[in-house]
Design a protein around this ligand. Sequence first.
Ligand code: COA
Length: 318
Amino acid sequence: MYSRILGTGGYLPQQVRTNADLEQMVETSDTWIVERTGIRERRIASAEETPAFMGVQAALQALEAAAMTASELDAVICATTSSANAFPSTACEIALGLGLNDVIAFDVAAACAGFSYAYSVAHNMIIAGQAKNVLVVGADTLAQACDPADRTTIILFGDGAGACILGASDEQGTLAIKLSSDPSRGDLLRLPFPKRGVADNSNCYLYMKGNDVFKHAVTVLAKLVNETLELAGLEAGDLDFLVPHQANLRIITATARKLKLDMSQVIVTLDKQGNTSAASVPLALDEGIRQGRIKRGDKLLLESFGGGFVWGSALIRY
Ligand code: COA
């Protein structure tokens, strides 16, 4: 038994925050942001657009693409680090929103690498025979976790949700998965929870030592893509598309260069979406498919890197 992607979906909040909007908020410029990151605008969730709400919308699209009904799902896994509650989990809220009962539902917390981790759990549940159809959602609202006065983080993050349905199949869709972490670097990128009983929680914003994170991300991702290809017994030349985490265009181009891929073979959404954390890979995958660029049978390398540090990949035949 193998696992294979049956359908994908995505949801972006209505509100757009452009670089011009950020020029009004902090001392920055459109030129600086575009040159250093590649980001031009990002979406900002309203109070109603919670990770669960966005996850449900993305899931409904994925179900439609898979020509399935929600009742056919055996499990709901949500990758998020912006859940409204410790419990009920965002996955439980998504299951509720889809009208499900008696379904496996839980969140996975692996920051911007969350989708890779959740995908891996879903794949292993399928090949172990524990579930046939698994909804994997990545949903985050990290724009809200950034200090609006901190120009080093507020420019980077956007909100959104992406989803895919991974199903049991006799065709091999998932060819290789690689996950890992370097917990000794946790201090370089962190998001503390607000503390109960403390009047001032202003130090609970997302903190990032951008330059160091950048260097580690480039090094780790270069190693990760090689390891994943090796696990699958493939070479970079066998790939049709790279579907990378959307943190910084310079990180993405460095990975593409390492793989000798032309940028036409790389799905880039960050210009319009910023870094949507766990949502970024499934949103990019969905966009590539909906634009007709990614076709059935294409070999895709999905990769992500985030706070922890944590990272992960999936090499798939779509
Ligand atoms: N606008 C204008 N100037 C800014 C700025 C902004 N929004 N943010 C920082 N700067 C300034 C800095 O203060 C610094 O000024 P100085 O030289 O006078 O001290 C200068 O720009 C360079 O800062 P630096 O942090 O070295 O820039 P950078 O080229 O590393 O780019 C990031 C900063 C954040 C864009 C980049 O480091 C990055 O993308 N890091 C990784 C992000 C990431 O992947 N995060 C999440 C992983 S999930």
